[in-house]
Design a protein around this ligand. Structure first.
Ligand code: ZN
Length: 77
């Protein structure tokens, strides 16, 4: 027997788990590969995703454009 508060809570929980799942999916396709995700430089990268803030900013910008255009690549597993 669910009252209104229970229903609201349920939908909040559902929303939260969907958001977390989306975040996990995104993180799953995006991990350190030993080279810069933007320019491909592999020197001294270690576990970093980008060589510097410029590369990170450029990549973010291009990624957001791709997402807007629906061109984002599906996560690789
Ligand atoms: Zn770079």
């Amino acid at each position: 027997m669910a009252d209104e508060a229970d229903l609201a809570f349920d939908s909040e929980q559902r929303h939260l788990s969907l958001a977390l799942a989306a975040q996990r999916r995104r993180a799953g396709g995006f991990s350190a590969t030993g080279s810069c995700h933007h320019c491909g430089n592999a020197e001294g990268m270690g576990q970093r995703l980008f060589c510097d803030a410029d590369c990170a900013a450029d990549w973010e910008y291009q990624d957001s454009l791709k997402r807007k255009l629906g061109l984002a690549e599906p996560p690789v597993h």
